[in-house]
Design a protein around this ligand. Structure first.
Ligand SMILES: Cc1cc2nc3c(=O)[nH]c(=O)nc-3n(C[C@H](O)[C@H](O)[C@H](O)COP(=O)(O)O)c2cc1C
Length: 325
């Protein structure tokens, strides 16, 4: 195994606010990642299954131009289709690389050799054990309430309690952590940092179109849906165990509970309609990936304001200290 120049625990303990900006394809580019780091957290750039090397270089260039260290998140299941994405990501000298949604083993040594720490998002106890066995430096417990893709089977708090008892390696926690109260809760449980997506997707520096940000801000906690319908319609070959949590809309109302029928019914025209809806920001048809915490995001903020709103976590931890007296 290669030499690591960075230690994950040292990085996380060194953050002013223990918040990592989750990698989010289509939302977290270099500008957002750099803004999160500049404000005292650590931002990750999201590299999706349809990303190009040029896009990765462009986004990493934005973070570099801002003079901020960042991390990068890749999708293991789609890397064999375009292995050059990993090389392009490593050229940017990320401090942390997330190898999620698939087996990290083929890529671990290369990432370590490049001097980055590796984390993997896990959605079940079995996935956690497997990632630990593979040799990741830390785990991201990612509950089913989280936005975007992931497992839809276990929610954040039960999974967190289970996984914290499995390992001494740093455990980050994603899925529904969106306020100072939530951050205090997971830190008190033993997590090293929160892994926050949805609130940053709606922030000023996110690549999300303005209409999408407004939709996340307007949504309540009960207005998202976990489904494979959008991927089936776009003919993305995500492994079946990964769905995505998005804002419910007319398309998901029709198909989310009928994905087998959708797989039969999908046509080129439907695929084109959904892809065009994304281009046009037609919110009745396009997926707007966001988690239940969309209901906790109620105004337009910069990434620095999102970080600042997490800061009172210290007061909540102090309040809980009364149980020690
Ligand atoms: C818009 C959006 C895009 C996402 N894209 C990715 C991605 O490209 N790679 C990844 O590992 N996770 C991705 N995720 C999942 C996040 O890493 C994280 O698990 C999730 O946002 C945490 O839950 P939260 O949204 O409740 O904060 C995405 C999430 C959102 C909301």
């Amino acid at each position: 195994m290669g030499e690591r120049t960075v230690d994950l625990r040292t990085i996380l303990d060194g953050l002013r606010v223990p918040v990592v900006g989750a990698p989010m394809a289509g939302a977290a580019g270099g500008r957002l990642a750099a803004a999160i780091t500049a404000a005292g957290g650590l931002g990750l750039i999201g590299v999706g299954n349809v990303a190009t090397v040029e896009q990765v270089r462009e986004q990493c260039g934005l973070a570099r131009a801002a003079g901020q260290r960042v991390g990068i998140g890749l999708m293991c299941w789609s890397l064999p289709q375009n292995p050059a994405l990993l090389d392009a990501a490593l050229e940017a000298e990320p401090v942390v690389v997330s190898l999620s949604f698939g087996d990290p083993r083929p890529y671990l040594e290369k990432v370590h050799d490049a001097g980055a720490a590796v984390v993997a998002q896990v959605g079940t106890r079995t996935e956690a054990l497997d990632a630990l066995d593979a040799g990741v430096d830390g785990l991201v417990v990612r509950g089913s309430e989280g936005g975007g893709h992931g497992r839809g089977v276990v929610s954040t708090l039960p999974l967190l309690q289970q996984v914290l008892d499995l390992t001494d390696r740093p455990v980050l926690v994603g899925g529904g952590v969106a306020t100072a109260r939530g951050l205090a809760a997971v830190l008190a449980a033993g997590a090293s940092a929160a892994w926050v997506g949805t609130p940053f997707a709606a922030s000023a520096e996110s690549i999300f179109r303005p209409e999408l940000k407004e939709a996340v801000i307007a949504a309540d906690t009960d207005q998202t849906v976990y489904t494979r319908a959008f991927d089936i319609a776009q003919r993305f070959d995500w492994p079946e165990i990964y769905g995505g949590r998005a804002l419910a809309n007319a398309f998901s109302d029709r198909w989310a509970q009928r994905t087998d029928a959708l797989a039969e019914a999908v046509t080129d025209e439907m695929t084109e309609t959904i892809k065009q809806a994304r281009v046009d920001a037609d919110l009745s048809m396009a997926p707007v990936y966001a988690g239940e915490s969309a209901g906790l995001v109620d105004r337009a903020r910069t990434a620095a304001e999102v970080l600042a709103d997490f800061e009172p976590f210290r007061e909540h931890l102090r309040a809980a200290q009364r149980w020690l007296d």
